[in-house]
Design a protein around this ligand. Structure first.
Ligand code: GLU
Length: 551
């Protein structure tokens, strides 16, 4: 009996690996094209850190006319969540990161290198495990839970490095006959790699982000096929990324320490190893220290947070590119209106250590992104968001013509307003432009500098009775507010007042503020002339009257 017979006994139906090697044609891509993947477990949850990795992977694939595929790693069935794949795909879609191939819903996929769900690739892994068994590079291990427990205790007591390796690997040197006998007797087993590694030697690895690193060789006889016949993560990674022809593995740096195992697997399987880029996690400031952005502690760790808040996807992606490459910021300054597609991301410029998460920065980017939208785009996006998250806003936006006028205020010019950072801001941002809402809100009028009732009353009354004319153009409208200021003994020009402030009780700006607050109850609004144009005569008059009554 030899290794081949043993391999046949273990996996009698497995095909020769040549079958798979031939089945998947060489990818027909141009030189330098990056083939990469996102390989999550089907938990439905996408962490901002994962989105960061996918954004980078997608960008690199796109830049090189390569491929990004989605592979579902469901060999640990404990981690599975119902509709988990759909949840992940939806999140990627929400951020414009739909992969080029791979799973497209729970059961369907596209692409020629599938199946893209590991649980459907059992026969493939078994074929490669058999191939290793045939060469004596893997073996069946019959260790029971108790045996492994006993081994662990002994190692711990003796303060020896834990694990299944060397002399501790009890079933490593079983003869094929002994192993076959046990299998025939129905003893349970798993398949382990017969690691040729020596812990005292080091392997060198060049990581595209971390640079040159070295580790002790792996000498653990890691499990490759579990008792349920499914592969372990490590083994599946090697087989899949070989057959799917991944050129670059772009993943979180928590996997960096697995490099000795992965390189060893590629070597033993006689596969060319992909290039690796291990990305540092996004960090968060906490109690003066730094820690990873945490799914458990930070709501902003879930990408659904951004969708729920209504932060546009371009803003999130722009933020992620911003932390990916430090030269992004200067590129953006030089190209304020360029599409993100025009930015060339460089792996070599990625930071070795984790960037600090900064929500203020995200919202700031978002403000700029939204400021470039047309009123129509804002309307569409705010409406889409409102339909899911805010019925009241949805109802406010039903009158599209009016909403477009409201969103059009100070927009479409060289310096558009920058006061919306997320769709959940919109309601508060525009609510005072809606008469029925304005009437319903119980808010005080705060006239800022002008506090005495008489002056306020005088300003408002004079304005409606003498100066307001709905047909005035902007210049005339403003000149009239100056006239009003002069009439009540205020300075016509702020500049003049600044020179001799003791000469007047206030200036034209204070008068405008009174009018603005009377109209909107806010001292900080976009251009008042435009607001008045949108509100119209009846609403304006009613609002001034209301303000007078409230004095
Ligand atoms: N399934 C692994 C994870 O959940 C993938 C790691 C990798 O990209 O190799 O993170």
């Amino acid at each position: 009996m030899d290794y081949k017979d043993l391999a046949n006994l273990i996996f009698p139906d497995a095909k020769p690996i040549s079958y798979y090697e031939e089945k998947y044609a060489k990818r027909n891509l141009k030189e330098g094209a990056i083939v990469t993947r996102f390989a999550p477990s089907p938990t439905g949850f996408v962490h901002l850190g994962s989105l960061y990795q996918v954004a980078i992977a997608k960008k690199l694939a796109k830049q090189t006319d390569g491929v990004l595929f989605l592979r579902i790693e469901d060999t640990d069935q404990k981690r599975e969540v119902e509709n988990g794949v759909t949840g992940i795909i939806k999140s990627l879609e929400d951020f414009g990161l739909t992969p080029d191939e791979g799973m497209i819903d729970e059961v369907n996929e596209k692409g020629d290198y599938g199946p893209y769900k590991q649980s459907l690739r059992k026969d493939i892994y078994q074929a490669y495990a058999k191939h290793l068994l045939e060469q004596g590079k893997a073996y069946p291990c019959f260790a029971t839970t108790e045996e492994l427990e006993e081994m662990r205790e002994k190692q711990e007591k003796a303060k020896i490095r834990p694990g299944y390796y060397g002399v501790w690997a009890k079933y490593r040197n079983l003869s094929v006959e002994e192993a076959a006998e046990k299998i025939k007797n129905g003893e349970e087993y798993i398949v382990r790699l017969k690691s040729p590694g020596n812990e005292e030697k080091r392997i060198k690895h060049h990581d595209l982000i971390k640079g040159n690193v070295d580790f002790p060789e792996n000498d653990q006889d890691i499990v490759i096929i579990k008792a349920d016949g499914l592969p372990t993560y490590h083994f599946a990674h090697a087989v899949d990324d070989h057959l799917m022809q991944t050129t670059h593995v772009i993943r979180g740096d928590e996997w960096l320490s697995s490099i000795p195992i992965h390189l060893q697997l590629f070597q033993m399987l006689e596969f060319k190893a992909p290039k690796y880029a291990h990305i540092a996690p996004i960090m968060k400031e906490d109690d003066g220290g730094k820690r990873k952005l945490s799914k458990r502690k930070d709501p902003e760790a879930a990408v659904s947070y951004y969708t729920d808040e209504g932060i546009p996807k371009e803003a999130v992606i722009e933020y992620l590119l911003n932390i990916a490459n430090s030269n992004f910021e200067s590129w953006r300054k030089a190209n304020p209106n360029a599409s993100l597609d025009d930015f060339e991301l460089q792996i070599s410029k990625m930071s070795v250590s984790g960037a600090l998460f900064d929500i203020v920065k995200i919202l700031d980017i978002s403000k700029t992104v939204i400021s470039k939208y047309t009123a129509e785009q804002i309307y569409d996006e705010a409406m889409k968001w409102a339909k899911v998250y805010d019925k009241e806003l949805e109802q406010m936006l039903e009158n599209k013509e009016y909403a477009l006028k409201v969103f059009g205020i100070e927009r479409g010019n060289a310096k558009p307003r920058k006061d919306i950072s997320k769709w959940s801001d919109v309601k508060d941002n525009i609510i005072y432009m809606y008469d029925d809402k304005f009437d319903g809100i119980d808010e005080k009028y705060d006239y800022q500098k002008v506090q005495d009732k008489e002056t306020i009353e005088k300003i408002v009354k004079l304005y409606i009775e003498k100066y307001y004319n709905e047909n005035d153009d902007k210049q005339t409208w403003f000149d009239k507010i100056k006239d009003l200021a002069e009439e009540i003994g205020y300075a016509r020009e702020v500049k003049e007042w600044k020179k001799e402030p003791e000469k007047w009780p206030g200036h034209v700006g204070d008068v405008s503020t009174v009018l603005r607050v009377a109209l909107t109850r806010r001292s900080n609004t976009p251009d008042m002339y435009e607001i008045m144009q949108v509100l119209g005569k009846d609403s304006i008059k009613a609002r001034f009257e209301k303000a007078l009554k409230a004095l």
